[in-house]
Design a protein around this ligand. Structure first.
Ligand code: 26Y
Length: 822
């Protein structure tokens, strides 16, 4: 055997302590007595990393040897959350490290708190990508994540007088011990310029792209460690740098300042994550970001990952590029360009290979969320890609005309190129045409994709469309975030559930075991005390751990209907303060919100302001102390989710039916023993089916009812006129009661609800309030509530992202596990 040996680390307290001190002294260059918390955190992170390195190298070796089919998960967002805990879990170092540090007088928890989370995503879609790569590593599936190393992640949200104010997220400021930069492996990516015709060596006239400018993509590798000895896969994020050629050219002209400006221009590409989700602004820089990371990734895969001389005709045997929404769809014409222009293939040959290499996941149903790039912009930035898209479309439309010779209307509806309001490329259509499979992210969503958003395509290619219901990683969102529950569950059914979440069904009988329920409640109570301390320290918010924790955390969006929950709170407040109901009859509740609004989304920001205003009015009313509290901590992120979700009693999943593609928070709450109040939307449908009607508080219009009501003509003011409670709540807001008498401040929110209410909050108000009354009644029976909470955990196994990965593997990817050491 000629394979060189791999360095190893001693898996003992002494071994760890030695390595840690070495990192602190030799790596950070400080001695323990003078080390700052950040020094210790960085040394600690690097030490833990070393323990994973053997598996990482083995994984890479194994892959180089076997060349097994891999998944390349292309995503503009990976919302990773903190890394340290996950790395400790994956390396099985938790106990060793705690003891080793304690011996040195260091508190592990203090170091954990020093980590700044990489917030390289907006919300659900980005967090899903992070859960998926965790599952793929744990399940030993050869895979690589490709994305962007944004220098600034999702903005830091602060509140100033209750209004959202954004601050840049300078997450790299104190160092980033989890990444491995590889400047030597940088690749060049072109932009702009023109396309020219030329005569190739074989005499054939071909077209080629002559870019006008270019940038370097520098890869930064991150370990993606699987749980318990699984593979350590790679996440490769690209950072933009100026090319030397570019610098030099200008520098030679003697304009030094201009050369530096060029650098800044190039580096802007990976500077910041766009904070909009669901409403694409059509910004040129965003298209640059998309092409940048996709072109880097394809080049990396073809030139670096594949062995030299690999026959690209066999590419589909070796890779599947999974497109996380439309953001990376420009990869389709890019692969065509590489095969046709660079490798000199015939068009048909290249298309035959390309269309076997992609699969597309759609994450939305909102028409305004579908990306469309104006031809003018695409043609300026990527002229050759635009030509390629036109040709793909021409051939596709010709094919359609054969199938539908007398239906030119249908053919035009299905065109990748839209003509109005401006000529533009519909990225979802391009993805659908190129992909082997198109999937939605929950059953209802996939059905609506087939029936509404992409119905013409589903009619043409019925077998292309499929569903993969989302999932969440039980490692981060149960094992790490809820150690109390994890220990209790493991004591009851063993620890197999961590990698086989269906085993949670073993808890079913324990729902009827009074002693188990008592201990389950004790865990929930401890989690409430934990978040109470966190909110006090982090936000100066005072909450009472002996109240019901009613939690709504997600991006702020009209369709998610934070206002519906707010109207319930205001109505309750109005009834209590006017004596319509007695305070003693109100279930003590803590209403918790967490939500960021896109900085340009004016109405969403006004809603945040209103939640804060209602909150401060309620929280400063001494009569309500300990009875009704509104807690809206700023800057909801993965780290806060990890302590907030395990403390929840009630999970709010109240989007208008037919609008939330899936939701994944809903799954995290269920698995942490919260009951759901929710509409028949997204994955709620599947949650309710699994947990049973009697353990789920369903309310509201169904999707067909919504469609019908909207068809008939929806008039929100009619609900205002006829529903007294609703009227009083809206009037109270309009009166200025929450804005020091100023009636103007929240007028836009109120009038939007009365006159537009795009997402039918008023139509569902009464049903929601009634469902909340059922919640109160159920909560009053503590034993029975606990029983239902246990059943939620026991029946939540389906929502592991391991199961999602199984579904992708079986139905879309057709890849096979390869353990690192095998
Ligand atoms: C194009 C740009 C404006 C854009 C950026 C981010 C568009 C969309 C997004 C993010 C979308 C997103 O997070 N969607 C959510 O994906 C989750 C994972 O599938 C779903 O659970 C959730 O319902 C859906 O809203």
């Amino acid at each position: 055997d000629t394979t060189p040996p791999i360095a190893t680390r001693e898996h003992t307290v002494d071994g760890f302590t030695r390595e840690f001190l070495r990192e602190l002294n030799f790596g950070q260059g400080v001695d323990l007595t003078r080390a700052s918390v950040n020094d210790k955190y960085l040394a600690m992170a690097r030490t833990v990393r070393h323990y994973l390195m053997t598996r990482w190298i083995e994984t890479l070796r194994r892959q180089a040897e076997l060349q097994a089919k891999s998944v390349a998960y292309l995503s503009a967002e990976f919302l990773l959350g903190r890394q340290l805990d996950n790395a400790l879990l994956a390396s099985d170092l938790q106990d060793i490290v705690r003891e080793g540090l304690a011996n040195l007088g260091i508190d592990l928890d203090e170091l954990r708190e020093a980590e700044v989370e990489p917030g390289l995503g907006n919300g659900g879609l980005g967090r899903l990508a992070a859960c998926f790569i965790d599952s793929l590593a744990t399940m030993n599936v050869p895979s690589i994540g490709y994305g962007i190393r944004y220098e600034y992640g999702i903005f830091q949200q602060t509140f100033v007088d209750g209004r959202q104010v954004e601050k840049p997220d300078d997450w790299l400021r104190l160092g980033s011990p989890w990444e491995f930069p590889h400047p030597e492996a940088a690749v060049t990516v072109g932009f702009g310029g023109h396309v020219e015709q030329y005569q190739a060596d074989d005499g054939v006239v071909r077209r080629r792209w002559v870019p006008g400018w270019s940038v370097l993509g520098v890869p930064y590798n991150y370990m993606v460690p699987g749980y318990a000895k699984g593979r350590v896969n790679t996440l490769r994020l690209w950072s933009a740098r100026a090319t030397h050629a570019f610098d030099l050219q200008i520098f030679n002209s003697g304009d030094y300042a201009e050369a530096v400006r060029a650098q800044t221009f190039a580096e802007n590409i990976s500077k910041v994550l766009y904070p909009e989700d669901s409403t694409p602004q059509g910004k040129e820089l965003r298209l640059q970001q998309q092409y940048f990371f996709v072109a880097c990734s394809i080049k990396d895969f073809v030139d670096q990952v594949l062995p030299e001389g690999y026959d690209l005709h066999r590419l589909p045997e070796r890779i599947v590029f999974q497109l996380n929404d439309t953001h990376p769809v420009i990869a389709v014409p890019e692969l065509m360009r590489v095969l046709v222009d660079e490798k000199g293939w015939e068009w048909d040959e290249a298309w035959a290979v390309t269309k076997q290499c992609f699969a597309y996941t759609c994450h939305t149903l909102l028409p305004e969320a579908l990306e469309v790039w104006p031809v003018e912009l695409l043609g300026r930035l990527l002229p050759r890609h635009l030509e390629i898209i036109y040709r793909i479309n021409d051939e596709f439309l010709a094919e359609l005309r054969e199938t539908y010779p007398n239906d030119e209307l249908r053919v035009r509806r299905m065109s990748i190129i839209a003509e109005y309001p401006v000529r533009a490329v519909r990225m979802a259509y391009l993805a659908t045409v190129a992909a082997t499979k198109v999937n939605g992210v929950a059953e209802l969503h996939s059905q609506l994709l087939r029936d509404k958003v992409l119905d013409d395509f589903a009619g043409y290619w019925p077998d292309k469309f499929t569903n993969v219901t989302n999932g969440v990683t039980p490692r981060r969102f149960v094992k790490l975030s809820n150690p109390g529950l994890s220990d209790l569950v493991t004591e009851a059914i063993g620890d197999g559930w961590v990698t086989d979440l269906d085993q949670l069904s073993g808890l079913e009988p324990l729902a009827d075991d009074a002693e188990f329920r008592r201990r389950f409640r004790e865990v929930k109570q401890a989690n409430k005390r934990r978040i109470t301390d966190v909110l006090a320290a982090r936000d100066g918010i005072e909450v009472h751990p002996d109240t019901m924790f009613d939690v709504m955390v997600k991006r702020l969006h009209e369709y998610k209907r934070q206002t519906l929950k707010l109207l319930h709170i205001v109505s309750l407040y109005e009834k209590v303060t006017t004596g319509k109901i007695r305070l003693e009859d109100v279930t003590p509740r803590t209403f918790a919100f967490g939500a960021k609004a896109a900085p340009g989304y004016v109405l969403a920001k006004q809603i945040i302001h209103l939640i804060n205003a209602v909150g401060s009015t309620i929280n400063s009313d001494p009569a309500l102390e300990g009875r009704l509290t509104v807690a809206f901590p700023a800057n909801y992120n993965v780290t806060l989710a990890e302590t907030l979700i395990p403390a929840a009693d009630l999970s709010e999943q109240i989007s208008l039916a037919g609008k939330e593609a899936s939701g994944t928070g809903n799954m995290k709450f269920m698995l942490n023993g919260a009951l759901t109040i929710g509409t028949d939307d997204g994955a709620n449908v599947e949650i309710r089916r699994l947990v049973g009607d009697e353990n789920f508080f369903l309310f509201g219009l169904t999707e067909p009812q919504v469609a019908e009501l909207v068809d008939r003509g929806y008039h929100p003011s009619a609900y205002y006129e006829t529903n007294e409670d609703l009227r009083h709540a809206l009037d109270l807001i309009a009166s200025g009661a929450f804005s020091g008498g100023d009636r103007a401040v929240f007028e836009p929110v109120v009038s939007n609800l009365l006159n537009e209410d795009r997402f039918l909050a008023l139509a569902d108000f009464q049903a929601y309030v009634d469902a909340q009354a059922r919640v109160d009644e159920a909560y009053a029976d503590t034993e029975d509530w606990t029983r239902r909470a246990v059943l939620n955990v026991a029946r939540g196994g389906f929502f592991s992202s391991d199961r999602s990965m199984r579904d992708y593997i079986d139905g879309i990817w057709h890849t096979h596990p390869v353990p690192p050491g095998s």
